[in-house]
Ligand binder design. Structure first.
Ligand code: HEC
Ligand code: HEC
Length: 241
C-alpha cells in the first residue's frame, strides 16, 4: 500500500505513456497478460492518489493576507529566544527546537494557528501563540518570509534503497511541488525534532492532518533513518538574531 501510493504520486513528472495500446504491445515485447496487469495496477494506484489529494485539498488552510514585516520583526523578538539560538533544546521531552529560517509560510501559518487554537500540543508554543490574532500571525509570517525559502530536494532515486521513504518524497521532495496543503520543508531540520514530530503523528498526539496515516506505517527504526536522511540535506537554518 505504502509503496503503491508512492509510485503514483511521483508520477507528477511527465508520465511515460503506458504500453497498453495495441500498436505498442509488439514493440515493448511484453506478454499481453503482463500489460493488462500493469494497467489495472496503475489505475488502482491512481485512484488511491486521487483520494489522498482530495483529502489534502480539504485540509488546505485559507490563504492569509500579506502582513507587515516590520511589525512582525518586533512581535517576533521573543521567538528568537528559542528559534534564534543554534541548537537550543526543548527541556522535556528533550529535542532541539525546530529551525524556522527557510520554512514555508503556509505551513507556519497552519502551525501557529493550531498552537493558538489548542489543536497542536506544546505548552510553550501554545502560550506563545495564545494571544496572537490572525493579523499578528500574518505580520510574523511576513517577517519570517524575509528569510530564504528552501525546498526538499530528495528524489525517488535517492530513496530507492529506502522503501519507507518512497512515499515521503512524493510530497516532501522535488516532486512535491504544488501539493496542497503545502507540506513543511524537512531538509536541514534537526533530526531529533523530525523524530519527535513523527512519533507524535504516530501516537496520535499531533493529529487532524495527512501525516497521521503516513507515520502509522513507520517503525521506530525507519523513523530514525528517515529523520537522519532529511537532516543531512542542505536546507532550513536557525533564525538569525
Ligand atoms: C521557549 C521557546 C520558544 C519560543 C519563545 C518560541 N518557540 Fe516556537 N517552538 C518551540 C518548540 C520547542 C517548538 C516545537 C514544538 C512541538 O513539538 O510542536 C516550536 C515550534 C514552532 C513552530 C512549528 C515549527 C514546525 O516545524 O513545526 C513555529 C512555526 C514556531 N514555533 C514559531 C514561533 C514563533 C513565531 C514564536 C514567537 C511568537 C515562537 N515560535 C516562540 C519553542 C519556542
Ligand atoms: C500527501 C502528502 C504527504 C506525504 C506523502 C507525507 N507528508 Fe509529511 N507532511 C505533510 C503535511 C501536509 C504536513 C503538515 C502536517 C501538520 O500540519 O502537522 C507534513 C508534516 C510532516 C512532518 C512535520 C514537520 C514539522 O516541521 O513539524 C514530518 C516530520 C513529516 N511530515 C515527515 C514525513 C514522512 C517521513 C513521510 C513518509 C512516511 C511523509 N511525511 C509523507 C504532507 C505529506
Amino acid at each position: 500500500m505504502r509503496l503503491r501510493i508512492g509510485i503514483v504520486l511521483s508520477g507528477n513528472k511527465p508520465r511515460q505513456s503506458l504500453p497498453y495500446r495495441p500498436q505498442e504491445i509488439g514493440r515493448t515485447g511484453q506478454p499481453h497478460h503482463e500489460l493488462i496487469r500493469q494497467r489495472r495496477y496503475t489505475m488502482n494506484i491512481r485512484s488511491i492518489a486521487g483520494i489522498i489529494m482530495m483529502a489534502a485539498i480539504i485540509w488546505s488552510p485559507a490563504a492569509g493576507a500579506q502582513g507587515n514585516a516590520d511589525r512582525g520583526r518586533q512581535l517576533g523578538y521573543t521567538c528568537l529566544g528559542c528559534h534564534g539560538i543554534e541548537g537550543y533544546r526543548n527541556a522535556y521531552p528533550s529535542y532541539r527546537v525546530p529551525r524556522l529560517s527557510g520554512q514555508n509560510r503556509e505551513y507556519m501559518q497552519t502551525a501557529l494557528r493550531a498552537y493558538r487554537d489548542g489543536a497542536r500540543p506544546h505548552p510553550t508554543m501554545q502560550a506563545q501563540a495564545g494571544s496572537l490574532t490572525d493579523a499578528d500571525i500574518d505580520d510574523l509570517l511576513a517577517w519570517l518570509d524575509t528569510t530564504a525559502t528552501v525546498q526538499d530536494q530528495a528524489t525517488a532515486e535517492q530513496v530507492a534503497s529506502l522503501d519507507a521513504a518512497a512515499v515521503c518524497v512524493t510530497c516532501h521532495g522535488a516532486d512535491g511541488e504544488g501539493v496542497a496543503p503545502k507540506p513543511p520543508t524537512l531538509a536541514g531540520q534537526h533530526a531529533e525534532y523530525l523524530e519527535h514530530a513523527l512519533h507524535q503523528y504516530k501516537n496520535g498526539t499531533r493529529s487532524g492532518n495527512v501525516m497521521v496515516a503516513f507515520a502509522a506505517t513507520l517503525s521506530d527504526a525507519e523513523i530514525k533513518i528517515i529523520s537522519d536522511f532529511y537532516a543531512d540535506m542542505d536546507g532550513l537554518k536557525t533564525l538569525e538574531n
